[in-house]
Design a protein around this ligand. Sequence first.
Ligand SMILES: Cc1cc2nc3c(=O)[nH]c(=O)nc-3n(C[C@H](O)[C@H](O)[C@H](O)COP(=O)(O)OP(=O)(O)OC[C@H]3O[C@@H](n4cnc5c(N)ncnc54)[C@H](O)[C@@H]3O)c2cc1C
Length: 202
Amino acid sequence: MGKDDAAQLGATPLERLERVIATDSWLSGIAGGSKRVTSVASYANYQLISQRGVGPGWVMIGDAFGFVDPMLSPGVFLALRSSELVADALGPFVQGGAAASPRELEQALRPYAAVQTAMISAWQDLVATFYDGRMAALFRAGRDWMSTGGTTLKRATQNHIERHIALQASGAGTTRRYSRRLLRFMGRHALRGVQPTEMAIR
Ligand SMILES: Cc1cc2nc3c(=O)[nH]c(=O)nc-3n(C[C@H](O)[C@H](O)[C@H](O)COP(=O)(O)OP(=O)(O)OC[C@H]3O[C@@H](n4cnc5c(N)ncnc54)[C@H](O)[C@@H]3O)c2cc1C
C-alpha cells in the first residue's frame, strides 16, 4: 500500500488497522467482529541477522538465519546457498559413518555460520545503496559522464564499474572485497554533484 493511501486511513497504525477492517468488505467479513488482543506494531525495516546461526544440535539456514529486503531478490539464493554449505559441512560425517556429537557438529558448522553472516551483511549493504539513493545517483552520474562523449578509457572504466555492480547484484560476487570497496568509493567520490538524497526511497 502506498504511503498516501495509508495516510487516508488514519494518523496512527492503530487507526489505520481499525479503519481498513471496518471499510474493506473482505477484511470486515473475516475480522469485523473480532477483538484485538495485542498493541499494533508496524515494521519499516524487517531485515535481520541472527546473532547465532549454529549451536550444539542445531543450525539455521535461509530466512531463519537472516532476512534481506527482497529489493534484489536474494532470499531464495541465500536459502539454497546456505543449504549447500550446511550439506558440505556435514558431508564428511555422513561419509565417515560414525555418529558425531552435537559439539563436533557445531564445530564443523561454525565456518558456515561465519560465511552466511558475511553474505547476509554484504547483501544488506548492497540493498542499502538502493534505498539511500546512492545507486540511482551513481547510474545518473555515469550516464551524464558518458553523454559528454565516450573515449575508449571512459568506456572501459564504465564497463569495469558496471561489471562489479552486476557481480554483487547477481550474487556471484556480493561478498567480493574489491567490488564492495569500489561501490563504496564510487558512492562517495564519483557522484559528480548528483544528490543521492533526492533519489532515496522513503
Ligand atoms: C514480500 C516478499 C517478497 C519476496 N520476494 C522474493 C523474490 O522476488 N526473490 C527471492 O529470491 N526471494 C524473495 N523473498 C524472500 C524469499 O521468499 C525467502 O527468502 C525464502 O522463501 C526463504 O526460504 P526458506 O526456506 O528459508 O524459508 P521459507 O520459504 O519461509 O520456508 C520455511 C517453511 O517452514 C515452514 N515452517 C515454519 N515453522 C514450522 C514448523 N514449526 N514445523 C514445520 N514447518 C514449519 C513454513 O511454513 C515454511 O513453509 C521475498 C520475501 C517476501 C516476504
